[in-house]
Design a protein around this ligand. Structure first.
Ligand SMILES: Nc1ncnc2c1ncn2[C@@H]1O[C@H](COP(=O)(O)OP(=O)(O)OP(=O)(O)O)[C@@H](O)[C@H]1O
Length: 246
């Protein structure tokens, strides 16, 4: 198994605030690897370090063998990141955004193929400002994939989507993975992690408190609670002591 992302003993503080306190994990090629944790657990800081957008205070990170800060230009060619929606001009049309982003990459995906794969045909000429939440989300996933990345980092993938759009997005992510892309997925949602992730790292106050498959985490929680079946939510509560609304 090839390791695609390797994070070792990552530390990051903002002034006196310790955001990440010795995080380590590895992601294998072709995995959907989830980072699960409540507000302030250090998830975004960690993925921003993985993307080379922040410099760690201590620890080492390799993504596809690259140092995200030193080799940032090369990394951006090979790692797709989901943009926050506010980063796109409201008047830009979906098709224009895809062509523009494609131009940033040496070997971009074919925008037309991506439009078809993500079901964006009907909104190709729609301005970004006129899209629904679900449509914006799909466009942001398309933009994360336009560079033909080996790795995609998706943060808050389905936040704000209705149940149907969430299920559609999950199916889409599974297709992306089937195409050979390794996915690092940051999520608040237990059902999303359970449904999509091969393995999950549970973050709690800047540390990793468990890394395992959702099945193993729920099995352990069931044994701990003395019940036959537990949910990932139960496992999360047992691991972090936090109530479920993360
Ligand atoms: N630029 C910053 N300056 C100061 N403190 C920050 C900064 N960014 C994050 N923090 C703090 O660091 C901690 C970790 O934040 P981070 O955003 O990494 O957590 P998170 O798990 O992604 O949370 P969320 O789910 O709310 O995005 C939080 O306490 C946050 O307030």
């Amino acid at each position: 198994m090839t390791t695609v992302i390797e994070v070792q003993d990552l530390h990051k503080r903002y002034g006196p605030k310790v955001a990440v306190d010795g995080i380590s994990f590895q992601v294998d090629e072709g995995e959907i690897f989830g980072i699960l944790g409540s507000n302030g657990a250090g998830k975004t800081t960690t993925v921003e370090c993985v993307e080379g957008l922040r410099r760690a205070d201590r620890g080492s990170i390799r993504v596809l063998g690259l140092d995200p800060v030193r080799d940032h230009a090369e990394l951006t060619q090979r790692v797709g990141a989901q943009l926050q929606e506010a980063q796109l001009p409201e008047k830009l049309r979906v098709g224009e955004a895809l062509s523009l982003y494609a131009s940033f990459y040496r070997r971009p995906a074919d925008p037309a193929a991506l439009v078809a794969a993500l079901g964006l045909e009907d909104i190709r000429s729609t301005r970004f400002g006129k899209l629904s939440g679900g449509q914006r989300q799909r466009v942001s996933i398309a933009l994360a994939l336009i560079g033909n990345p080996r790795v995609a980092v998706l943060d808050e993938l389905t936040t704000g989507l209705d149940p149907r759009a969430r299920r559609e997005t999950w199916r889409l992510i599974e297709e992306v993975r089937a195409g050979g892309v390794t996915i690092l997925l940051v999520t608040h949602f237990m059902d999303e992690a359970e449904r999509l992730c091969d393995r999950v790292a549970v973050f709690d106050r800047g540390r990793v408190v468990a890394i395992d498959t959702p099945a193993a985490l729920t099995k352990r929680a069931a044994a701990q609670l003395g019940v036959e079946r537990a949910t990932l939510e139960d496992a999360y509560v047992a691991l972090t002591g936090e109530s479920t609304d993360v």
